[in-house]
Design a protein around this ligand. Structure first.
Ligand SMILES: [Zn+2]
Ligand SMILES: [Zn+2]
Length: 228
């Protein structure tokens, strides 16, 4: 079984630690280095790699610090253009990280952004990591773990607009982040019978409802759902 630890999730920072008993991976590094250190039991520099989704600070804050300490940090070429010390990789380019391999795929955001298909050679299990993406552009089969964005619900946003929220802002959120309704639709067309656990991540403080999100995704997938 994979060991998944949520260090931070949401617009204030994102960082996850995934282990398979032999290797450990960081998914995004959008919190301070001391916080990453704490989450890694003071052995952050010993992780087998770090995968970054995109350049926004809530995902990339500690890229340079990790890199300087010898951690191999990978991500879309845009990171380098933004002055971040990350190794650029292309979509569908498989990267070995200890006993894991990771394959990036395109996400839909307002900057170049990747999701990752991750496989452990130790447990044989697979994980999808996708955040800050308005769409899931691929049909993934036989996935054991999902760390996937459920940022807002369109229903809540509509209500907020009726109460005075700028509709341009609401539309921007819908165009750049994954909403509950879309995710529900995606999962309803997918066989999730082998999913061990689905983590709903990057929930918006204002435009989400933890309990409802959990219940609805559980209903449509039949899987164990955790809200990060
Ligand atoms: Zn974000
Ligand atoms: Zn973002």
């Amino acid at each position: 079984m994979l060991d998944i630890k949520v260090m931070a999730s949401g617009s204030r920072g994102n960082c996850y630690l995934v282990g398979d008993g032999k290797s450990r991976l960081l998914l995004d590094a959008g919190i301070s280095y001391p916080k990453i250190q704490e989450g890694c039991q003071w052995q952050a520099a010993d992780v087998d790699g770090c995968l970054i989704t995109h350049c926004h600070k809530d995902h990339s804050l500690s890229v340079n610090e990790l890199s300087r300490r010898g951690v191999k940090v990978y991500g879309p070429p845009d990171l380098q253009r933004q002055g971040l010390l990350a190794i650029p990789i292309k979509p569908m380019q498989k990267v070995p990280l200890g006993t894991f391999d990771a394959t990036p795929f395109k996400a839909v955001h307002d900057v170049e952004c990747y999701g990752y298909h991750i496989r452990s050679l130790v447990t044989g299990e697979t994980l999808i990591y996708l955040t800050d993406s308005a769409e899931v552009c691929y049909t993934f089969k036989n996935i054991d773990y999902w760390l996937i964005e459920a940022n807002h619900s369109v229903e809540i946003l509509d209500r907020k607009v009726a109460e005075g929220l700028d509709p341009t802002r609401a539309n921007r959120t819908i165009a750049t982040h994954m909403g509950l309704e879309k995710l529900e639709k995606y999962f309803s067309g997918l066989d999730c019978s082998m999913a061990r656990e689905i983590y709903l991540i990057h929930l918006s403080d204002d435009n989400s409802d933890e309990e409802e999100f959990k219940r609805r995704i559980q209903r449509v997938t039949g899987a164990a759902v955790t809200v990060a």
